[in-house]
Each structure stands twice: as C-alpha cells, then as structure tokens.
Design a binder for this molecule. Structure first.
Ligand SMILES: [Zn+2]
Length: 127
C-alpha cells in the first residue's frame, strides 16, 4: 500500500482519527504504524502525531519496501531485510490473475531462515 507522505501538513498535529481520515485507513492501522515506529507525542492522551514525524515515518516505510530481491528471496518484515526461506517450506499459489499475455501472477510463501517469521511475495510465472 502506498501512502503519500505529503498528505499531512508538516506543522500540524493530528489525532489518530484525523490521520486515519487523511490516509483513508482505519484507526487500527495508525496504531500499527505507531508500534512500527511512528513517533507519537506521549504526554497527550489520546496520542497526538506531528505532521513532520508522520511524513518521516512514511518516507522510511516506502524506502524499506524498495529492497531489491533476487529470485529466491523474500522481504522479511521482522528482519526488515531480504531473506531466503527455509527451502522445503516454500509454497506457491496462483492468484488467478494474468500479468501480460503469458505470465501468471503467483504468491510465494515461505518461512524466514533467520527469524522464523512467515514470508510472502508476489511474483510471476511464465507459461
Ligand atoms: Zn526474518
């Protein structure tokens, strides 16, 4: 999912509900972002979020998704890095969607060989 960091104003503070409305996500997602490292102003209850901190968080989040992966690699959300799966656990599923004329979209699932977290990657299969 792509969220445009520039949707928030740098010098404004936002409540969780306001942020959720700005990005069109549910308030639980904002909680998830906070747990993933988005800074909140903790003296406030409920939490408030500074526009510039939210921007910074979303920018980093975008970059972290751009880790280049080799054919056999997955992006591990827990390690926050490219990882290979424990090889005999890889499971490939077709999504039923076609990519172009001759490639099928597939989902590969595996298990991180470093931390044991579940891995998932969209890919394509020709023919
Ligand atoms: Zn991992």
């Amino acid at each position: 999912m792509k969220h445009n960091p520039n949707k928030v104003r740098k010098y404004r503070t936002y409540t969780r509900k306001e942020l959720a409305a700005v990005f069109g996500v549910c308030p639980d997602t904002i909680n998830a972002w906070r747990r993933a490292g988005m800074p909140a102003i903790k003296e406030h209850c409920p939490f408030l979020y500074k526009g510039d901190a939210v921007r910074e968080f979303l920018r980093k989040k975008r970059i972290s998704k751009k880790v280049p992966l080799k054919e056999n690699e997955f992006y591990c959300m827990r390690c926050k890095a490219a990882r290979v799966s424990i090889s005999d656990i890889i499971n490939v599923q077709e999504t039923g969607k076609m990519l172009g004329d001759s490639s099928k979209q597939i989902i590969k699932r595996g298990v991180c060989n470093e931390c044991g977290a579940g891995l998932c990657r969209m890919s394509k299969q020709s023919g």
